[in-house]
Ligand binder design. Sequence first.
Ligand code: MN
Length: 228
Amino acid sequence: MSNFVIEAPAVTAVPVAGGGSFPVRRVFCVGRNYAEHAREMGHDPDREEPFFFTKPADALVINGADMPYPAKTRDLHHEMELVVAIGTGGRDIPEAQALAHVYGYAAGLDMTRRDLQAAAKKAGRPWDMAKGFDLSGPIGEIVPASRAGHPAAGKIELSVNGAVRQSSDLSRQIWNVAETIAYLSGLVALKPGDLIFTGTPEGVGAVNKGDVLEGAIAGVGSVRTRIA
Ligand code: MN
């Protein structure tokens, strides 16, 4: 018997291809990890160390569920991303050992209130309410690395209502998965259950109520949601 004075929060769980589910602890996201996206956002991709922001675990949208159009924005953007699921924790993880800490991979969407992000950037304020709002992270099934390996290359694509909006290749990431894990684990101790959204390629743009978003990553899987 716990002595919690309210009901304990539920653990967010992402289904795993082949059975079972992955309990989520924290959700980290990499900013600007593809050169063309950095350029479209007005930055020089060659001069920046990786940087990170977070979403709450319960911001994930699972099993192809609808994502409600969020409050306080008129510019909801899609960002199609490879998601890394950490199975074994660690701090100061060497790059050469980083992939051994990965349980698996998924396709995910880092949905963004771009107008709130632009205002936060301009004011030098945090991005939390632009990125970490309720139901801001649709995610597909996690495929275990034991089945799929560690994808270093392959098409990453997002369509809205059947029209391709984002299309790139994982090999174009500025910081690959191993480098990202090594860098992030120097900032915080990674723990089992942590997810890392590894950044979006170019082609981000606005969506509206009723739009259907379908993303796929070669060798990893897919993600789908409808904006309700
Ligand atoms: Mn992103």
